[in-house]
Write a protein that binds this ligand. Structure first.
Ligand code: GLC
Length: 446
């Protein structure tokens, strides 16, 4: 009997895996591909985490980490005065780095709104700066030809109706304590606020290209789709902005169209191959935190950042690279330097990133050297990124014989000579390493 039950259960699971996933709307896969096209071509965007937490400058989760109350956090609201905020400068920096879109935190978990919401007083227009920072961001980035997106925190540690849960600054340990603390709080009211604020964001600022909702943590003393009214919410978003692209943190991952792309956060390049074949974007910080963190010292090197960008493209995904501006409204010197260095590389090598993806299986990477391959299917070009470079050295590409028409360095279009040997081709690297951290060889296919 036990055996039969086990067999039936296994069969049931196998059968349900074969069933098509539920859908909320009726977009076809081809229509989605079309809607996503600018984004998959772009490959590279800027994340911007900015809010009151830039003042304490010790992590955007400072309210949670130090269990601060609204009263204790109030100083940051009263002193928020980023007089040097000039989003035109930010937009030019993003563009110069080769980024094609930007996503700004319109509200983070702390609940503070960078936009002039009619639904709360907890907003930038009520601080000394008195400006709608989101509006200025949108205008500046659009003017530079970049697509614009809003990050919006589903979580809100300031709203009086947002019930205290296990990630809240005032979290407790027992269900009984939660019950007492949450008396009088009404998540229905918060849900209405959440929907209405997103409506404001998607109505008052013109065409918005991306909505980055963050995040769900269902289960005991957590929050998920029912707390957010997720199905209704996503329907409203798609109705207000039919072309918009939405991340996967609304807790609707069992719906085929409950999200548009996956969001592997802070994963190492070696993990990115797992996402091949899907729509995905890895979000990454320069250092450990998203918000400005003055004393953080673990900043990624230029090589690590390029590795993330190139390896993302080589696996068919995007990189959303984060800047946490200061309380004065500027990118700090470390971020500025990192962005400029990427810009220097992109200036010469961006053709190996834009419109590129992973190469067809028949093309492998050389053995014994650290390299990544990207591929532009429309132009039929392969891009070999050399993380190792031995001057005058030889590189063997197996099975490439008769498939290559011409080869050149991408940064200056100088010819790279090669010979055929059996089924392979063998390159000779120039005696001088090109002045780029990761040089790229462009292989034009027959
Ligand atoms: C996390 C964090 C958050 C950050 C986000 C970016 O979910 O809560 O601080 O905004 O990741 O991916």
């Amino acid at each position: 009997m036990k055996k039969i039950i086990i067999t039936l259960t296994v069969l049931l699971i196998a059968w349900s895996a074969l069933l098509p996933q539920s859908k909320i709307g009726n977009e076809t896969a081809a229509q989605k591909e079309q809607r996503m096209k600018w984004w998959t071509d772009a490959r590279f965007g800027m994340f911007i985490h900015w809010g009151l937490y830039a003042l304490p400058a010790r992590h955007e989760w400072v309210k949670h980490n130090e269990r601060l109350t609204n009263e204790q956090y109030q100083n940051y609201f009263e002193e928020f005065n980023p007089v040097n905020y000039d989003p035109v400068k930010w937009a030019k920096a993003a563009k110069q780095a080769g980024m094609k879109y930007a996503v700004l935190t319109s509200k983070h978990h702390e609940g503070f709104c960078l936009f002039d919401s009619k639904l709360t007083d907890y907003k930038s227009t009520n601080t000394p700066i008195k400006r709608d920072l989101v509006k200025e961001f949108v205008d500046a980035f659009r003017a530079e030809g970049l697509k614009v997106g809003f990050y919006y925190s589903l979580i809100d540690w300031h709203h009086p109706d947002f019930t205290i849960d296990r990630v809240h600054p005032q979290r407790v340990t027992s269900s009984a304590e939660y019950e007492t603390l949450n008396k009088g709080k009404d998540m229905n009211r918060y849900r209405t606020y959440l929907h209405d604020q997103i409506k404001e964001l998607l109505t008052n600022y013109g065409k918005i290209d991306i909505l980055w909702l963050d995040f769900s943590y269902p289960g005991e003393n957590g929050k998920g789709r029912d707390d957010w009214g997720a199905i209704e919410l996503i329907k409203m978003v798609r109705k207000l902005q039919p072309g918009i692209i939405i991340d996967n943190r609304l807790d609707l991952n069992d719906y085929e169209d409950g999200y548009d792309f996956e969001t592997p956060e802070q994963v190492s390049p070696s993990k990115l191959a797992e996402y091949k074949g899907k729509y995905w974007e890895t979000c990454q910080t320069f250092s450990g935190s998203w918000g400005y963190y003055r004393d953080e010292s673990s900043w990624k090197t230029q090589r690590q950042l390029l590795d993330l960008l190139i390896t993302s493209t080589a696996n068919g995904g995007n990189l959303l690279l984060n800047v946490g501006p200061t309380a004065k409204g500027e990118f700090d010197y470390r971020a500025t330097e990192a962005i400029e260095k990427i810009g220097y590389w992109m200036q010469a090598n961006s053709e190996s990133i834009y419109n590129c993806t992973y190469a067809p299986d028949e093309f492998g990477i050389p053995e014994n050297i650290d390299a990544r391959l990207t591929y532009n299917p429309e132009r039929r070009r392969l891009y070999l990124h050399l993380f190792d470079y031995s001057s005058g050295g030889k590189i063997r590409l197996k099975g490439y014989k008769d498939k290559i028409k011409y080869a050149q360095l991408l940064n200056d279009n100088s010819e790279i000579r090669y010979q055929s040997n059996d089924n392979d081709i063998i390159f000779e690297l120039p005696t001088q390493k090109p002045p780029y951290e990761v040089p790229v060889i462009e292989l034009i296919l027959k």
